[in-house]
Design a binder for this molecule. Structure first.
Ligand code: FES
Length: 106
């Protein structure tokens, strides 16, 4: 079981718990819990609407693949903490992470 702390776009805070499942991703968990994540492209790293910022815990994740990095750099609100939640598998590396939903679009 992993625990992830989330601040949604309206400022509301949520604590989500889920089983480790590397075949699922953080975007799916956020949408399942009705966070403000449109995920228009369905997880293809091509829309940016699943944009989140890691306030804590981002350093334990693998670096973005090229397609994620390219998309992130096109986002108006890109910051060093930025990630595409659809590219983050639900692994133990996420346990204790603190994220903010930014839900950007290009
Ligand atoms: S869901 Fe479109 S980039 Fe993640």
């Amino acid at each position: 079981m992993i625990t992830i702390h989330v601040k949604d776009t309206d400022g509301s805070r949520h604590t989500l718990e889920t089983e480790v499942n590397p075949t699922a991703n953080l975007m799916e968990l956020l949408t399942e819990h009705r966070m403000d994540v449109a995920a228009i492209c369905g997880g293809m790293a091509s829309c940016g609407t699943c944009h989140v910022g890691f306030m804590k815990g981002g350093e334990t994740l693998d670096n973005p693949e090229d397609d994620e990095a390219f998309m992130l750099e096109t986002l108006p609100n890109y910051r060093p903490e930025s990630r595409l939640s659809c590219q983050i598998p639900l692994t133990e590396a996420l346990d204790g992470a603190e994220i903010e939903v930014w839900g950007d679009t290009v």
